[in-house]
Design a protein. Structure first.
Length: 139
């Protein structure tokens, strides 16, 4: 991610830009595109690359740090701190995530998505192997 942008932002989306940055980084971590230790561009570099305010990128990085996905040092900048193969996050992080999943599933149900479980399986299939469901055993 340090050289070329691995994320796409949609300036016309109703989703705030900082949230789009946060979401794309998390998706890249889950997909294995950004493994643990991978550097992210500096706040200034990413903001300049997209022509957005540095405060927007700083807010996204702060959220990622707060969620345990990034660590930042003055020497190495921001790097990926955890990935799919790491032990589970602390209970409060898992509880927050579970609440967001609940809301997303309720939203899908309210929109009439016919099989939210199938959608979940499809999304999981696209993630890094460490996050996939174990294959069902056949007798």
């Amino acid at each position: 991610m340090a050289g070329a942008p691995l994320i796409d932002l949609d300036p016309t989306s109703e989703v705030p830009i900082y949230q789009q940055i946060r979401d794309r980084v998390v998706e890249a971590i889950a997909a294995g595109t950004l493994p643990v230790g991978s550097p992210l561009p500096s706040v200034r570099a990413l903001a300049g690359g997209f022509g957005i305010n540095t405060a927007t990128v700083a807010k996204a990085y702060e959220r990622l740090r707060g969620e345990g996905f990034l660590r930042t040092t003055s020497k190495s900048g921001s790097v990926v701190a955890r990935g799919p193969g790491d032990p589970p996050s602390p209970p409060h992080v898992v509880d927050d995530w579970r609440a967001r999943v609940h809301t997303l599933l309720a939203e899908g149900h309210a929109h009439g998505v016919p099989d939210v479980v199938a959608v979940c399986r499809e999304v999981l299939a696209g993630l890094a192997p460490a996050t996939r469901e174990p294959a069902e055993e056949t007798p």
